[in-house]
Design a protein around this ligand. Structure first.
Ligand SMILES: NC(=O)C1=CN([C@@H]2O[C@H](COP(=O)(O)OP(=O)(O)OC[C@H]3O[C@@H](n4cnc5c(N)ncnc54)[C@H](O)[C@@H]3O)[C@@H](O)[C@H]2O)C=CC1
Ligand SMILES: O=C(O)CCC(=O)C(=O)O
Length: 536
């Protein structure tokens, strides 16, 4: 019996057969390849039972697809851009989205470079005339790229590979990328320009290599096209929508710029009457940047491997909506994840009304590593009470907290403390009321060591009963009698008080979970102010 259904979905754009074979070789996987999934309805039907979906750019994993697939755990993109996947909805539903950055970098840089050269030398047009029986040499005088100024928009993996090649061809390279450091620009030998408009007016060539986001949409628009040199040529091998295609068609027709070479379009495939298709001085390819043997093998095998590792071992690699967790780290922090979740759950029981801040204080060794995932575990545990355990997971925990207006902060104390590792979870509200629980590991075993200001020691197992009471004789006998009378056996007990006759806290480990009526009975005992019961 297969445990996981894997759908390799596409619109005539399969992943490498080596990737498919790798998945098919796993006995617990049932793999379906369907390359006729252009329509959303078809995609919804095909995805219903999937635990994992793998796509290139042809199939779209929309909100409706995600909502119709209750078992879905992971969506893998054999490539870089995840704009065909509704990542916010995936995150809300706790679905990990992974991609394969790097595997198609060289192929895409080479494709963009090819487009630049073909545009400069009118190669496709010249080829077409020969095939058409003409030998027309006068019509196809081109331009050298040597000595020209190239502006690279987006100096990431592909932009940097393009820049290296451009420098080898004798071009002067200017980079515009708000996230590029001066050091990186220096090491690439490019001039960093912090102002987009100031950069592009210098360009003989512009090449685009950034993702499509609300910030980058129509980055090259009619206004900016109007500021370019008349001899400027634009290459876009990143994403349609970075350029306003209608404005580009107009600029080409008016001769405002000298040419455009595009691998990507705002509408893919562009319809026959798409204005750009009849504009002069263009070279087009149908989204072929990553279409090489090498790139497809790289990304096909890589996505198959990361999906397999995620389904079988919980490993997270190259996720766009979750921090990476490799098996070694997972083995190290695994116990903290479970314990962190429990601490979060416990503190939610004690939290003051309308708690809107959760702070996690790490001290000791645990605070010196990456605590992102442990914090998500704590937050997940804390939020379960508010939204239900089914509704919150490591992927959507931050988003769920944000929706509820709960802020989350972390602090780290790496100096040695009383405990080798200590995680303290504090919940506070706007009035300054707070509750906290702290835990540690003794010889690899988790222990709760503090509840608010009370020092206690308890193993988090079975059912925990926290009783807040006045410190006075007869209290232990009173609650023990009530529990005994109701056949609830006490396995362990930890007592704490702030001072003699002050406030006391009892933490009982029970062999069974008392019902609501038993809790109500306990709450009625004179001197008991609160009772919290948590089954682990
Ligand atoms: N045509 C095709 O078949 C392919 C297209 N692509 C696309 O190429 C693009 C680049 O891919 P990679 O280099 O691998 O990504 P990357 O993440 O390495 O680089 C993207 C760069 O864009 C920069 N950036 C972000 N916002 C920006 C802004 N507002 N202005 C300027 N720069 C900005 C980032 O700082 C980063 O350096 C992506 O959109 C990807 O989807 C990637 C592979 C194949
Ligand atoms: O799968 C493909 O061929 C498209 C690649 C692409 O656009 C990307 O990786 O962002």
């Amino acid at each position: 019996m297969s445990k996981f259904n894997i759908l390799i979905a596409g619109n005539n754009d399969p992943i490498s057969s080596k990737g498919i074979d790798l998945l098919k070789a796993e006995p617990s996987f049932s793999v379906e390849v369907n390359m006729n999934l252009k329509a959303e309805d078809a995609m919804i039907e095909a995805s219903r039972n999937a635990h994992a979906i793998i796509v290139r750019s042809g199939a779209k994993v929309t909100a409706k697809v995600l909502e119709a697939a209750p078992n879905l755990k992971v969506v893998g993109r054999a490539g870089v851009g995840v704009d065909n996947i509704d990542v916010p909805v995936a995150s809300k539903r706790g679905v990990v989205v992974m991609n394969t950055p790097g595997g198609n970098t060289i192929s895409t840089a080479e494709q963009a470079f090819t487009l630049m050269m073909a545009l400069s030398r009118k190669t496709p047009q010249a080829h077409a005339t020969i095939v058409g029986g003409k030998w027309d040499r006068a019509k196809f005088k081109g331009t050298e790229v040597y000595g020209k100024t190239l502006v690279v928009l987006g100096m990431g993996r592909i932009g940097a590979e393009f820049a290296k090649r451009a420098k080898a061809f004798g071009m002067t390279v200017i980079a515009y990328d708000p996230y590029l450091s001066k050091n990186r620009a220096e090491s690439l030998g490019v001039t960093l320009c912090e102002d987009l408009d100031a950069a592009i007016v210098q360009a003989d060539y512009i090449t685009m290599h950034m993702p499509l986001t609300p910030d980058t949409k129509h980055m090259i628009n009619a206004k900016r096209l109007g500021t370019l040199k008349k001899t400027c040529r634009i290459i876009n091998c990143a994403r349609g929508g970075l350029i306003d295609d209608a404005a580009l068609a107009q600029a080409l027709t008016d001769g405002t710029i000298a040419g455009a070479a595009l691998d990507v379009f705002e509408v893919e495939p562009p319809p026959a009457d798409y204005p750009l298709l009849s504009a002069p001085n263009t070279v087009f390819t149908p989204h072929l940047g990553a279409s090489t043997e090498e790139a497809q093998e790289n990304v096909g095998i890589e996505i198959a491997e990361v999906i397999k590792a995620h389904l079988l071992q919980g490993t997270v690699v190259n996720a766009v909506n979750m921090p990476n967790v490799d098996p070694k780290v997972l083995a190290e922090i695994g116990p903290f994840l479970k314990f962190g979740e429990l601490l979060g759950r416990l503190v939610s029981q004690f939290a003051p009304a309308r708690a809107n801040v959760v702070r996690i204080n790490y001290s000791g060794k645990v605070g010196s590593g990456d605590t992102t995932l442990i914090s998500r575990a704590v937050l997940k545990g804390f939020l379960e009470r508010a939204v239900g355990a089914e509704q919150v997971n490591y992927i959507n925990a931050n988003g769920v907290a944000e929706n509820l207006g709960i802020r989350f902060t972390e602090s780290r104390l790496t100096e040695p403390s009383e405990f080798t590792d200590l995680i303290e979870v504090v919940a506070k509200n706007d009035s300054g009321d707070a509750a906290s629980i702290a835990g540690t590991f003794f010889a690899g075993e988790p222990r709760i060591v503090r509840v608010n200001s009370h020092r206690i020691e308890a193993r988090p197992e079975g059912t925990l009963l926290f009783i807040e009471n006045i410190d006075r004789p007869g209290m232990i006998a009173a609650y023990s009698t009530t529990l005994g009378k109701n056949q609830v056996n006490i396995a362990d007990m930890s007592l704490s008080r702030d001072k003699e006759s002050g406030k006391a806290l009892t933490l009982l480990t029970l062999d069974s979970t008392p019902g609501a009526e038993v809790i109500a009975e306990l709450e009625k005992i004179q001197g008991i102010s609160k009772v919290h019961c948590v089954a682990i």
